[in-house]
Design a protein around this ligand. Structure first.
Ligand code: HEC
Length: 176
């Protein structure tokens, strides 16, 4: 009996949704968004550097910014603290191995993207592009992936080769 009643109401609901009055008016989707509003959210950076903004930074500049804005959570010199270590990491042996920037991340450009969009944790999107380049340079230098005097910018950053660059199977290589 219960089942039959339920079936009855499913039929009634289907009829109601299918009836011409249900969507007689266009749904209200809000106001059209303009290109500058989209640009503020369109901040993806691709492995080849597409999307990297103008600006530059060095490890030395990053050292200062890191001490002021990052070390409280990530520890002195990126060694880790309340939050992840940003330097070091042993070889990945299995699923349980700790994954770090140096042993896991395949593209250096991701570091810029991540820091710009998400860090510092409580003030995301608060860093200037030069600061993000400097912090990226600092972290890459701590990991000995660039020299301590190398400048990072839209041209140099995509050329930094990460140790795990070939550790992933790229499903749609043509789209990169
Ligand atoms: C209030 C704490 C806090 C501050 C300050 C902070 N972070 Fe983070 N950070 C986190 C948390 C939480 C995560 C994500 C979880 C984790 O990896 O521990 C994270 C993750 C990261 C990662 C990814 C690490 C990985 O291996 O996945 C990077 C890179 C990073 N932060 C850089 C920075 C930089 C650069 C600054 C300074 C501008 C900064 N963070 C400041 C809390 C913080």
């Amino acid at each position: 009996m219960y089942t039959r009643k339920l079936q009855g109401s499913v039929v009634a609901l289907t009829l109601a949704l299918g009836s011409s009055t249900a969507f007689a008016q266009a749904p209200n989707l809000g106001k059209p968004i303009n290109p500058s509003e989209i640009a503020a959210w369109d901040i993806n950076i691709l492995p080849d550097g597409t999307g990297l903004p103008p600006g530059s930074g060095t490890p030395a500049e990053g050292t200062r910014i890191y001490a002021a804005k990052c070390s409280i959570c990530h520890g002195e010199n990126g060694k880790g603290g309340a939050n992840a270590a940003l330097v070091g990491g042993g070889p990945i042996k299995d699923m349980e191995s700790e994954k770090t920037i140096a042993n896991f991340w395949p593209f250096a450009t991701t570091l810029f993207d991540y820091i710009r969009r998400a860090m510092p944790w409580r003030q995301p999107r608060s860093l200037a592009n030069d600061e993000v380049y400097a912090l990226t340079a600092y972290i890459l230098s701590l990991n000995k992936l660039i020299g301590e005097n190398d400048t990072m910018n839209a041209q140099t950053l995509p050329k930094v080769r990460m140790p795990n660059r070939d550790g992933f199977i790229v499903r749609f290589p043509d789209r990169l």
